[in-house]
Design a protein around this ligand. Structure first.
Ligand code: UD1
Ligand code: UDP
Length: 377
C-alpha cells in the first residue's frame, strides 16, 4: 500500500509525524506532499528537521493568500501530483485550508481520504477552520476521531461508517518528544527563566488578530498580567501588531518576553515548565492538559470541549477581568491550581499513530479502502 500525506502548516507536521513513523516502521515509505501554506523556516522546516522528516517528495509552494486563493491553488497543485502518483489513500490532518484542498482534490479523483482528527466541532461557522473540518469530514472515507465526543459529532451529521476512535496523535508527539526536549533545549537558560515562574502565551486565530479591536484587547491583557509572560509570536500576529503600532507597546513592558515562533523542542520545554498557558491554539490546549499545565483559552468557544469537561482548561475569551481573575486564582489558590493541573488527559495513550497505520493497512488488505458510492451501503 502507498499512502500519500498532504500537509502544509506547523501543527499538521507535528501531528502527522507519529503516523508517518508508524508506516515507516512497517516498511512503507509514504508519498510526502507539502503544500507550502507555511513557509518561514520557523513555521515549517524547523519541524521537519527536528522530527526527522527529511524526505519531502513535492514542495508545492502555495504560500499565503485569501481563503479561496490558498485553497484553490493548493487543490490544483495537489490534484496534479495525485494524478501522477496515484496513491492508495490520502491522509490529511486537522482543519486548515491545506486539509480542505487535499480532501477535495483526492476524493474527486476517487482516491479515498483518511482524515486524522475528524469530528471536531466548535459550532462556530464564522471560523474558516469549522468550514474546513465539516467539508473534509464529509469528503472522507476513513475518519480517525480522537474521542467519543468527536465520534458523536460525526453521527449527528449522518457519518456512521468508517469512523474509528483512536485518540489524538498529539499525545504520541508529546510523549515522543518531551524527554528529548527536556534534555536538549536550553530555552529556559536562554530567556533567563526559572521553571513555574512564568506564563506562556500564543495567539494567532483570525478572530483575535484580524480585528483591531480584539488585537487591542489582547495587548491590554498581556500588558496587565501579574507574571512574566513569554510570547512566541506567529508571523500573522506579528504583522498585525506592527501594522497597528501595538508591537512597541508590548516590547516596552519588562514582564513581556517576545520571541520568534519557536521550534517544537524549545516550545515543549517552555510549555512543560510554564506555570500557566494562555492561548487560542487548538494544539496547545491539547498539549497543556497532557503536560499538566493549567490552560486559559483566549476564545469564546472551543472544538476541544473535552479539556474543559476534564477541568484542565477554561474559556476566558478576550475579557481582561475574566482572564486576570483566573490568573490570580491560579497564582494564589493552591488547591484550585492543583485541580486544574491534575485534570486527566482525554486524548488517549499516545498510540494513535500506530492504530491509524494498522487500521488503514487492514482495510487495504481486505480491499475495503476505496471511495464507496454511498456512505450507508
Ligand atoms: C493556519 C490555519 C489555522 C492554524 C494555523 C496554524 C487556515 C484557514 N488556518 O492559520 O487553522 O491554526 O495555520 O499555525 O488554514 N505567514 C508568514 N509566514 C508563514 C506562514 C504565514 O508570514 O510561514 C503570514 C502571512 O502573512 C499569512 C498569514 O501569516 O497571510 C496567515 O497565514 P495562513 O496560513 O493563511 O493562516 P494561519 O494564521 O497561519
Ligand atoms: N508550537 C511550536 N512553536 C511555537 C508555537 C507552537 O512548536 O512557537 C507548536 C505547539 O507545541 C503545538 C502546535 O505548534 O504542537 C500548535 O500550532 P498552532 O498553534 O500554530 O496551530 P493550531 O493547533 O491552533 O492549529
Amino acid at each position: 500500500m502507498r499512502p500519500a500525506f498532504v500537509f502544509g502548516t506547523r501543527p499538521e507536521i507535528i501531528k502527522l509525524a507519529p503516523v508517518i513513523r508508524a508506516f515507516e516502521r512497517r516498511g512503507i515509505e509514504p508519498l510526502m506532499i507539502h503544500t507550502g501554506q507555511h513557509y518561514d523556516y520557523e513555521m515549517s522546516k524547523i519541524f521537519l528537521e527536528e522530527l526527522e522528516l527529511h524526505k519531502i517528495d513535492y514542495h508545492l509552494e502555495v504560500g499565503s493568500g485569501t481563503q479561496a486563493y490558498q485553497t484553490g491553488m493548493a487543490m490544483i497543485k495537489i490534484e496534479e501530483v495525485l494524478m501522477k502518483e496515484k496513491p492508495d489513500v490520502t491522509l490529511v490532518q486537522g482543519d486548515t485550508n491545506t486539509v480542505l484542498a487535499g480532501a477535495l482534490a483526492s476524493v474527486k479523483l476517487k482516491i479515498p481520504v483518511a482524515h486524522v482528527e475528524a469530528g471536531l466541532r466548535s459550532f462556530d461557522r464564522t471560523m474558516p477552520e469549522e468550514i474546513n473540518r465539516i467539508l473534509a469530514d464529509h469528503a472522507s472515507e476513513v475518519l480517525f476521531a480522537p474521542t467519543e465526543d468527536a465520534k458523536k459529532n460525526l453521527e449527528r451529521e449522518g457519518i456512521i461508517e468508517g469512523v474509528y476512535v483512536v485518540g489524538n496523535t498529539i499525545v504520541d508527539s508529546v510523549l515522543q518528544n518531551s524527554e528529548i526536549a527536556e534534555k536538549k533545549s536550553r530555552i529556559l537558560e536562554k530567556l533567563g527563566l526559572k521553571p513555574k515562574e512564568y506564563a506562556l502565551l500564543t495567539a494567532h486565530r483570525a478572530e483575535n488578530t484580524d480585528s483591531e479591536e480584539n488585537l487591542k484587547k489582547l495587548v491590554e491583557i498581556i500588558t496587565s498580567l501579574p507574571i512574566t509572560v513569554v510570547y512566541p509570536v506567529h508571523p500573522r500576529t506579528e504583522k498585525r501588531l506592527k501594522a497597528s503600532g501595538l508591537w512597541e507597546k508590548l516590547k516596552a513592558k519588562e514582564h513581556v518576553i517576545l520571541t520568534k515562533p519557536l521550534g517544537y523542542l524549545d516550545f515543549l520545554k517552555l510549555q512543560k515548565n510554564a506555570k500557566i498557558v494562555l492561548t487560542d491554539s487548538g494544539g496547545i490546549q491539547e498539549e497543556s492538559i497532557i503536560l499538566n499545565v493549567p490552560c486559559l483559552t483566549l476564545r469564546y468557544n472551543t472544538e476541544r470541549p473535552e479539556t474543559i469537561k476534564a477541568g484542565g482548561n477554561v474559556l476566558v475569551g478576550l475579557e481582561k477581568d475574566r482572564v486576570l481573575h483566573y490568573v490570580e486564582k491560579l497564582l494564589n489558590d493552591e488547591e484550585f491550581y492543583r485541580r486544574m493541573a491534575n485534570a486527566k488527559n482525554p486524548f488517549g495513550d499516545g498510540k494513535a499513530g500506530e492504530r491509524i497505520a494498522e487500521i488503514l493497512l487492514d482495510l487495504y488488505e481486505k480491499g475495503k479502502l476505496r471511495v464507496k458510492s454511498s456512505r450507508f451501503i
